[in-house]
Design a binder for this molecule. Structure first.
Ligand SMILES: Nc1ncnc2c1ncn2[C@@H]1O[C@H](COP(=O)(O)OP(=O)(O)OP(=O)(O)O)[C@@H](O)[C@H]1O
Length: 386
């Protein structure tokens, strides 16, 4: 079960036969794909009726007209009902919540979560992915790590805070906008990752001049107005360099740790100095360094080190010295056309080509980051079936 309290006060339907009662109980296993809570908890099941012996009709209320996930919800409800012994036929009738019902749901969801779900008491591991400069593959690494962590069974969220180069939706094949329930924003889910991006709220053709306070407010909204549910890991794709948003991240997500992405070529001293400066300025710890665009091995065994080799290890060593703590090199991701192809197609390489060298390296980095803190032991982890 989930760690957060269930929304209270939302109606559960009256049922009149044993079979209808059994079906209603089975619907506790159907999770709304966006809110990630059982549909029965969300007031979405209006009626369960036995229309003839062995035949059940379930009336489900969607949060909004034209809900993009209506097909999934319908199929999941039918499948759950059919699994109940004695059910020979299951039918789903879809309706839409009234504004009052939607308001009640919004209120219940709001009441069941803290204002900042990633505050100091949060059990979510927050990883802010940073780079000294643009184009080092930070967003590609972040998107793939998120997907790889979700594939390990963790509940993962991803905030794309790279205001000037938001590329996460494209990398994960997301084209839709988030659903809104009143003021609450329900993040689209791709490959098991809940994603919110500044790009989902902008007109792509109109450039925006972002100033510090606007950035802070946007990030604040992503933290507080997005219904994240219980997350094991939240990744934040930061803009390159050390800027306002990195500082806002540290303020709004006080327990966040930095993951530094670099290429082997970038002057290690410079990258380490910048990342170290950022960590010192914000009081964040550095979870580790990921080297990207590392040496690639060709089919004949030749090693091609386009951008050199060893830069990641050097950054980790120097950062350890600057910060006085052990900053590990989490892995070296080779240059790999499969990673670029996956990114262009919106099909992350860790899923699309899991045996490629880049995918294997990224999966290893994810495995190192998936380690949970001791404090989570025995606390009813928020893992739930997808
Ligand atoms: N290991 C790799 N092998 C091959 N291509 C890569 C690799 N890593 C990244 N790329 C490619 O390099 C380009 C830049 O990657 P990406 O957009 O992830 O960088 P970034 O650091 O997030 O950039 P910015 O911060 O400027 O938005 C993309 O076309 C991506 O597909």
């Amino acid at each position: 079960m989930s760690g957060a309290p269930a929304p209270r006060g939302l109606p559960r339907p009256e049922v009149t036969t044993d079979l209808a009662r059994a079906v209603l109980a089975a619907l506790d296993d159907v999770v709304d794909p966006e809110i990630r809570r059982p549909v029965t908890e969300l007031g979405m099941v209006r009626a369960v009726e036995e229309t003839a012996p062995g035949a059940v009709r379930v009336t489900v209320l969607l949060t909004i007209e034209g809900c993009p996930l209506r097909g999934t919800i319908q199929a999941d409800v039918v499948a759950a009902a059919r699994r109940v012994p004695g059910v020979v036929e299951a039918e789903v009738v879809l309706g839409v919540m009234t504004p009052a019902e939607r308001a009640a749901l919004q209120e219940a969801l709001r009441a069941s979560r803290p204002a900042n779900p990633f505050g100091p008491d949060s059990l979510t591991r927050v990883l802010a992915v940073a780079s000294g400069k643009g184009g080092v593959g930070k967003s590609s690494v972040t998107a793939n790590l998120a997907v790889a962590l979700a594939a390990r069974g963790l509940a993962v969220g991803l905030i794309d805070a790279d205001v000037h180069g938001y590329s996460i939706p494209g990398l994960l094949g997301i084209s839709g906008s988030p659903t809104r329930v009143g003021e609450l924003i329900l993040p689209p889910v791709s490959r098991g990752v809940k994603v919110i991006s500044i790009g989902m709220f902008l007109d792509a053709d109109r450039p925006v001049a972002w100033r510090g306070p606007m950035l802070h407010r946007a990030l604040e909204q992503f933290v507080t107005d997005v219904h994240w549910g219980d997350l094991d890991v939240l990744l934040v794709d930061l803009p390159p360099g050390t800027g306002d948003i990195a500082i806002s991240t540290a303020q709004l997500l006080p327990a966040s740790e930095l993951v530094v992405v670099t290429t082997p070529q970038h002057a290690a001293a410079q990258v380490a100095a910048r990342a170290g400066q950022l960590a010192e300025q914000t009081g964040q710890t550095v979870a580790g360094v990921v080297e990207n665009m590392g040496p690639m091995t060709l089919p004949d065994g030749t090693v091609l080190d386009v951008f050199g080799a060893g830069g990641g290890a050097e950054v980790a060593k120097r950062l350890s010295g600057v910060l006085g703590t052990d900053v590990p090199l989490l892995g070296s991701v080779p240059l790999d056309p499969a990673l670029r192809r996956g990114g262009d197609a919106g099909d992350p390489v860790v899923l699309g080509a899991p045996d490629s060298p880049a995918a294997r390296a990224l999966a290893d980095v994810a495995a190192r980051l998936a380690v949970r803190s001791q404090s989570l032991r025995g606390r009813g982890l928020p893992l739930r079936p997808r």
